[in-house]
Ligand binder design. Sequence first.
Ligand SMILES: [Fe+2]
Ligand SMILES: [Fe+2]
Length: 286
Amino acid sequence: MAQSPGSPVDIDALVDRIEADGAIDLGTVDFTAPDPHRVRVELGAALDYFARIEREVERNVLELQVVLPNADDRTRRFVRVWEEQELPHGWIFDRMQQEVGLPPATPELNHIGRTMKVAGVLSHVPGVHEALLFLYLSIGAMHERLTAVGYDKLRERLLQLGMPGFAATAVRPIRAQESLHYAYYRSAAVEQRDRLSRWQLELARLVRLRTYRPVGATTPQRQADFGATAVALVGSDDPEALARPVQRVAQDLLTLAGDGLRLPPFVAAALRETVELHRRREAVLV
Ligand SMILES: [Fe+2]
Ligand SMILES: [Fe+2]
């Protein structure tokens, strides 16, 4: 299958680097919040969402074991260091929530959905495991990109709220780790894509276009939560600024350069749906 443009990345070296970077120490984070009330009102939804998705990585690791029981050693090694870095991200946001008088997040850590279990059964069908590994890596790249863009927006909002300390000691190092995770997922997805036949890539693309949800938005309730977060981060009901970079990742990974195929704007559509669900829920609650 056609190679991607650009020089190949040494993925093992990337995992070495992530491993060497290690976890962020909560003791180095400045949790000063001069106006807790404003943080609660303007950023409460976003802090809770970030805390939850970061801590739910614990469940994502279990899901991976169900979906890809035959994952290779390097994937397993990455997943181990990835979890080690992501969980403290969640604890940092939980602690910040408590600093401003909000309860910690309630992540779903144990329930593995039916889709995951079905995928796990299908992974034994010849050829499906390879396509599923590609799907896993490409959705990982999309989620990491969305998270990183979300953190850029969060940083701007924190500066507006007079919280440069938290922006510098928490969001900046977290954002740097998300960039490395993105680099891993993207490079590993490109490498895996080169092993796929055309039908496997088409299967993966079809599944992704039909099932995409922003990271953590696994139920209508969680979709509405994401919508509230998007509105808090962007400052309007238009999530296009969050969707665009993620759509680019999908276009890059799910199509081949020579195909001339342009994916429909499915990321923006999924994000807009979350904002609609958030507004509808708000209207019911008022
Ligand atoms: Fe993270
Ligand atoms: Fe990450």
